[in-house]
Write a protein that binds this ligand. Structure first.
Ligand code: ADP
Ligand code: MG
Length: 495
């Protein structure tokens, strides 16, 4: 395969962009990392704040075991080293949304060590290294009001558990960064450790970008903070790479700094010079014991993992005989795979056939018909008005010859609108296909009498007219004739 290198827009060819991502993923858990306060999204400001989250003097953090479990399961899902011994550190800084004056995080001994994520891009597949995953607290949120000029603090997010998933600087294009974030999000959703909802801020990325001449050692990076969509991540990289190349080509140098992405302008701008770890005066949190994981706990975590996207995709190809493309579409999101597997099980049951024999038709129908309809309606598969059971019933009606492909599409349209089951729709509207030879022969006779010239042309060798006759007969039968029977009887009648 020819790997075409990503070219920084407007730059001469001999520059390479280097990208590393720090993804903050909110851990799926009802309670916060060190307190029992609720983590539910969208609550009134400051209604989900325990004394621990408000940093009242003397309050002690208590580690939430579920958050530890989710971080470990996530680590296992990317085949990372799990550290049976880890520890929490205080990262000290002052900000109005951080009442403790420090964030509890893990610098020296993170719970998860090195792992890897496989990504697929147009250029092929590639492994992106993961440096570490650590647990840390989220901060509160500041809300600014111009009239009058006040700032408010909402501590609902204060203390919510985050996993920080730090990649190695292994990505070389906006495309690869996008593929990495999408794949990571899919894995988190399969595992159930984060809902991956970027709009609600459950997943956001710090994007580290540098440029270099290929073969040189790593260039100085800038870190673009808190980017919250795949598209913005890609735009930020494009802009930032170009900015750095321009700077260097004009004889300047990139300064290591923290920047912000402005989605309206499509630009990044300087926020502050980058602080180093020593600026935060990290030290082990004296209020928390080291985390020690037992073998039994680790075993439980491993056994609780579902089949993951890569394994599922391979199985769909090897066991079910699906195309690589269909398999990757169906496994890209956990919800799609779940829906497909329910459809498959119901189809096998209804048609009394092994899943391997009904899989292709089910996959094609889901990807073209169902996805097509959902796209038109702007709905996700979880909001589908058609259930897997009804989908399977429709496929069974096609398989047993009750419905032709054309009729099945008509029935499906009605299913989408009404949510009714296909058998009732067929019965109520008489939509079933007919193989009644008497009726079909009568229609053929009519068509031939009304088109004597076409019959003559066909008989003198214009074979292409056969399609015309099929069309006319189907029209006369209101689309309900079994196309195979129509073909056979027409051939006989036309001689
Ligand atoms: P910090 O926590 O101070 O931001 P880290 O050393 O943990 O620093 O690195 C954070 C991220 O920056 C990682 O994802 C890493 O891959 C990425 N990174 C490090 N050096 C570079 C570089 N020269 N260019 C692009 N990304 C880089
Ligand atoms: Mg960072």
């Amino acid at each position: 395969m020819v790997v075409s290198k990503y070219r920084i827009q407007g730059a001469s060819d001999d520059w390479e962009v280097v990208i590393g991502l720090e993804v903050h993923a909110q851990v799926t858990s009802n309670a916060k990392l060190f307190s029992g306060a609720s983590t539910e999204f969208g609550a009134e400001p400051n209604t989900q704040v325990s004394l621990v989250d408000a940093a009242m003097p003397g309050m002690l953090p208590v580690l939430n075991g579920e958050c530890v479990r989710q971080a470990v399961r996530t680590g296992m899902a990317i085949e990372a080293r799990i550290n049976a011994w880890s520890r929490f550190d205080r990262k000290n800084y002052f900000y109005a949304d951080l009442p403790q004056g420090y964030q509890i995080s893990q610098l020296y001994h993170p719970i998860v060590g090195e792992g890897a994520i496989e990504i697929e891009t147009e250029e092929g597949s590639k492994t992106v290294g993961v440096e570490r995953i650590h647990l840390e607290q989220d901060a509160g949120k500041l809300m600014h009001d111009q009239h009058p000029n006040f700032s408010y603090v909402d501590l609902n997010r204060s203390g919510v558990a985050l996993m920080e998933i730090v990649s190695k600087p292994d990505m070389r294009s906006p495309d690869e960064a996008g593929a990495y974030v999408r794949k990571l999000r899919a894995i988190l959703r399969y595992v159930g450790s984060c809902d991956g909802n970027m709009e609600q801020g459950s997943m956001r990325a710090d994007v580290n970008v540098s440029v270099r001449r290929p073969g040189d050692s790593l260039g100085t990076r800038c870190e673009i903070k808190n980017v919250n969509s795949v598209r913005f991540i890609q735009q930020a990289i494009e802009y930032e790479a170009r900015r750095q190349v321009d700077l260097i080509e004009e004889g300047g140098a990139v300064v290591q700094e923290t920047r912000l992405f402005d989605p309206d302008k499509g630009e990044t701008r300087s926020l502050r010079s980058k602080e180093d770890a020593h600026d935060y005066r990290y030290f082990p949190d004296p209020d928390l014991l080291p985390v020690e994981l037992s073998t039994a706990f680790l075993d439980e975590c491993r056994h609780s993992l579902p089949e993951l996207p890569d394994a599922k995709r391979l199985r769909y190809v090897e066991q079910l005989g699906l195309s690589a493309y269909n398999a990757s579409v169906l496994t890209a999101e956990a919800e799609t795979a779940r829906w497909f597997e329910a459809l498959l099980a119901e189809s096998a049951l209804k048609q009394q056939k092994p899943e391997t024999q009904v899989a292709k038709a089910a996959a094609n129908w889901l990807i073209s018909d169902l996805f097509g309809a959902l796209n038109r309606l702007g709905k996700t598969i979880e909001q589908s008005p058609v259930s897997p059971a009804h989908g399977a019933e429709l496929l069974a009606l096609v398989a047993n010859g009750t419905l032709s492909g054309t009729l099945a599409k008509q029935v499906f349209e009605i299913m989408i609108e009404s949510g009714e089951d296909p058998a009732s729709i067929v019965a109520a509207r008489g939509l079933q296909q007919t193989s009644d030879t008497g009726a079909i022969e009568a229609a053929i006779a009519d068509v031939m009498t009304s088109n004597p010239d076409k019959v003559a042309e066909y008989r003198s060798g214009k074979d292409k007219l056969f399609g015309f006759f099929v069309g006319q007969v189907m029209r006369a039968m209101a689309g309900k004739a079994n196309p195979q029977v129509v073909n056979e009887l027409l051939k006989k009648a036309l001689g």
